[in-house]
Design a protein around this ligand. Sequence first.
Ligand SMILES: Nc1nc2c(c(=O)[nH]1)N[C@H]1C(S)=C(S)[C@@H](COP(=O)(O)O)O[C@H]1N2
Ligand SMILES: [Mo]
Length: 313
Amino acid sequence: MPTYRPPRIASSEITPRDIYLSRRNFIGSAAGLAAMGLSTQFAEATALTAKPGAYKLDEKVTPLDAVTSYNNFYEFGTGKSDPKANAGDFKTTPWTVKVDGLVGKPQEFGIEDLLKYPLEDRTYRMRCVEGWSMVIPWIGFSLSTILDKVEPLGSAKYVAFETVVRPEEMSGQRGLFQPLDWPYVEGLRLDEARHPLTILAVGLYGETLPNQNGAPIRLVVPWKYGFKGIKSIVRISLVEKQPETTWKNSNAREYGFYSNVNPKVDHPRWSQATEQRIGEGGFFSTQNRPTLMFNGYDEVASLYTGMDLKANY
Ligand SMILES: Nc1nc2c(c(=O)[nH]1)N[C@H]1C(S)=C(S)[C@@H](COP(=O)(O)O)O[C@H]1N2
Ligand SMILES: [Mo]
């Protein structure tokens, strides 16, 4: 695992959230922000209106600061603080998501249209395969909303996802050391993709996604390890065979296709029985909670009836 380095904080990032929010209300323009010495990226954060989701969680949400400063997004570097430090100039408009493959009506969706979908607040427990967890108030809509629009054919059995490749803007995609093959790819079985818990997130904490969290649109599958939640998606394809996935390609012994959170199946190099909830007891406290089967989302168990979840890790 990459070791933790203290965040390199740009001056544009030290504006407290409340000041930023109040300024945003009366400074409409990027020019105005630039005049105040603030990065224009702040001009792009937009408030989103979401109705309360069906999935309320009675757990303390992770502080916004931790959600946006302790990330995995290897396109911007392998350190936890790299995404926040390096994703500021990533351009998330214009943006389109192509949905193709085994569908009756392939379509390209503009992000501006996707942001108009009826959005829901989906506060989910999230668990990284590395052993840390957060509770994140996502804003998004069911992935099945989009799947319905393109009309999957009977032959479609899986959904494949792809992240943008843009070395000009993504520092982790430049240089000699390439930690992963690009594009970052992920996949779900069609029934997992259609499960009502599976969402495409476009925001968190009431606003559009920060770049480091996968702007402008990313997958969230709360009963699976965090790496299934592919960020900055440009393509979704309906396919017949189990698609390739980045971490399985990188190390198939350690990372499988399913990657359901499972306290009984250890990672070859560490236990998965417990986890460290970020923001509780400090970043460096020992793992402080038992990990729950399916991350506590028992309602997905029926998707795996009759499957050996040790063999299908
Ligand atoms: N494209 C892309 N998506 C990605 C990753 C990545 O490196 N690249 N990291 C994954 C991992 S390991 C985790 S734990 C989550 C972290 O999401 P968060 O930063 O929003 O908490 O993003 C996932 N999605
Ligand atoms: Mo992760």
